[in-house]
Design a binder for this molecule. Structure first.
Ligand code: ARG
Length: 590
């Protein structure tokens, strides 16, 4: 990968110029304009400021030291930018070595280290909703990226399978269940009675102008809640009947979740939900008390924080009735993971509304002496526009229905492409089974890519037309670019020779640079927990592939044929690997 080789050289130069090492190093960045070379290095400005010298003078001192086979030209531009142009022969050589590496030259920064990725984590007895779909997409992409970078990866599905919702559900089950409906659609019936419990106990909202409950109604609601709490307590004390119900609800939910995961091509290494930690929470609280981290407040045990951002947000770790909560469970989970897996990094993927919860958790962990790199990879809301789904039950969108819709729409796209080929006089070349398979890859890929190609920390609105478009930054465009490339390379009939690449045309050079930047983009995505950085890059890469494909003769390229085929084959591998890191299923024809 270019920057690593360059990075080390420049880091050494920077250090020599700044012997006390007080000025933070600044790495090179790709230039946006080819006239400024391939990479730009702006470190001179930082150093000049610290040393109170002119940036130009500092740049002049630095530039002379940049002597490396990879760097053909290092020039100062403007007040002190250093522009680097890389050597074509060396670029071609790097391309060949990247082609020989299944990790695509991705630096193995995780070698010998373990990372835990806590993602998806839906709640039992409710359907997975689209928020959990985002967590699953993002978490799974981060999982794949860490694995590719050499980490031992533990994907952990921290499902919500314990707590007060079960008392409500057990009460509802005992009083309101409809056996026939349960047989026909178990999770749907559980959801119905759970929702009913919520409605039966809902307090009127005066701000919405709702009149207060009559004393009888209010008393009834209180009684229901009390009964549900009693059921929860019975469950927690190990009551056989309630435990059996809990297991039954678990089985029903896991079946639903697993159906979703198999469609999404997602597997977990462990599924340790909240219940896995239920016997640890008393010890957790005892330790927090013993270490003076938790203090008593109105009968409950809480943790207060010094950090300005958390000063007004103490968190309860043990309620007045002795029960633990979400945070207590997460402290236990943290402890368990560190003891059993010794990770250097723990990444937890949830929506942005849990930022406070995880800031508190991480602050507690720090106070307990945890030094692991803790990351809360949070994301914004995903919005489906009104009427986006033809199948809707109540207000809840089943993920499997969403997937079916995506695949059905993708199937129409596949037919469209086939019809276009027929119009051009080409023979139909896809069987029905192939069309189904392609539609699955394209439809599921479109949903996934529409999510992953956005900055995670923004709200995303789904649009079928946009995500299924054959043009623009979409899965169908990327997958189609890939498939056409495969077809082209297959027509060549001879294997591409990675050593044959010679960069002659500017379009070839740009493509080579883009191919080489793939691991760079993957690393940036991994480090910032932003898969969209890789997605953006793959879009750029596809554009450059298509330009070479269209604007330069390849099969009829004469003396350049071998070189172009090899370059395009390297690009094909980069595109395929990058898409797979994002969790897309790549297909060879479309
Ligand atoms: N079950 C939670 C939810 O649906 C997410 C759990 C995330 N992981 C964790 N360790 N708390 O929001």
């Amino acid at each position: 990968m270019i920057p690593v080789a360059l990075h080390d050289l420049l880091a050494a130069i920077a250090l020599a110029a700044d012997p006390d090492g007080t000025t933070p190093f600044e790495p090179v960045a790709p230039t946006s304009n080819a006239a400024h070379g391939d990479y730009q290095w702006n470190f001179a400005f930082r150093l000049a400021k610290a040393q109170r010298r002119s940036p130009r003078a500092v740049a002049e001192a630095l530039v002379g030291q940049i002597v490396h086979p990879l760097v053909r030209k290092a020039e100062i531009a403007g007040p002190g930018f250093i522009n680097l142009t890389l050597d074509d022969v060396e670029l071609a050589r790097l391309l060949a070595s990247q082609a020989a590496d299944p990790a695509l030259g991705l630096p193995q920064i995780g070698a010998g280290q373990t990372v835990v990725i806590d993602y998806s984590s839906p709640n039992v007895a409710k359907r997975m909703h689209i928020g959990h779909m985002r967590s699953t997409h993002i978490g799974n992409a981060l999982y794949r990226l860490h694995k590719a970078a050499g980490y031992t990866t533990i994907g952990d599905n921290h499902i919500g399978d314990w707590g007060t919702q079960f008392g409500k559900l057990i009460y509802a089950w005992n009083h309101w269940r409809d056996n026939a409906a349960y047989l026909a659609d178990p999770i749907g019936e559980l959801e119905r009675i759970y929702v009913k419990f919520g409605e039966e106990t809902r307090r009127p909202d005066p701000e919405q102008g709702e009149p207060p409950d009559s004393p009888e109604v209010a008393a009834h609601k209180l009684a229901l809640s009390a009964e549900a709490r009693a059921e929860t307590l019975k469950l927690q004390k190990g009551d056989a009947e309630n435990l059996a119900l809990w297991r039954q609800f678990m089985d029903v939910s896991m079946a639903e979740f697993n159906a979703v995961y198999s469609r999404m091509n997602v597997q977990f290494d462990v599924t340790m939900g909240e219940s896995a930690y239920k016997d640890m929470t008393d010890d957790v609280v005892a330790r927090l008390k013993h270490d003076g981290i938790a203090e008593q407040s109105e009968g409950a045990w809480i943790v207060r924080f010094e950090e300005p951002s958390l000063k007004n947000s103490p968190v309860i770790v043990q309620k007045r009735d002795g029960a633990s909560n979400y945070t207590t469970t997460d402290i236990a989970a943290m402890q368990y993971r560190i003891e059993h897996w010794n990770p250097s990094r723990i990444v937890i993927v949830t929506d942005g509304r849990q930022q406070l919860v995880f800031n508190q958790l991480f602050a507690i962990a720090r106070r307990q002496g945890v030094t692991v790199d803790l990351v809360h990879a949070w994301f914004g809301t995903l919005v489906l526009p009104e009427g986006a789904m033809s199948t809707r039950k109540g207000n809840i969108i089943r993920l499997v229905d969403l997937f079916d819709e995506a695949v059905a729409r993708a199937r129409l796209k596949v037919e469209e492409l086939e019809a276009q080929r027929a119009e051009r006089g080409q023979e139909a070349f896809l069987t029905d089974a192939q069309k189904d398979d392609i539609a699955d890859a394209v439809g599921m890929g479109a949903v996934r890519y529409a999510d992953l190609s956005q900055h995670p920390q923004t709200d995303v609105t789904f649009s079928w037309d946009r995500m299924l478009a054959l043009e623009g930054n979409t899965a169908p465009y990327l997958l189609y670019s890939y498939a056409r490339l495969v077809t082209l390379l297959a027509r060549a009939e001879e294997p591409a020779d990675p050593a044959a690449v010679r960069l002659v045309d500017p379009l070839e050079r740009e493509l080579a640079l883009s191919v080489l930047r793939t691991p760079e983009a993957a690393l940036a995505a991994l480090r910032s927990a932003r898969p969209n950085l890789l997605a953006d890059h793959l879009y750029d890469l596809s554009g450059r592939i298509n330009r070479v494909h269209h604007d330069l003769p390849v099969l009829k390229g004469g003396e350049f044929r071998g070189s172009r085929l090899a370059l395009l084959d390297a690009a094909r591998r980069a595109l395929r690997t990058g898409l797979e890191w994002l969790g897309l299923r790549v297909i060879d024809r479309m």
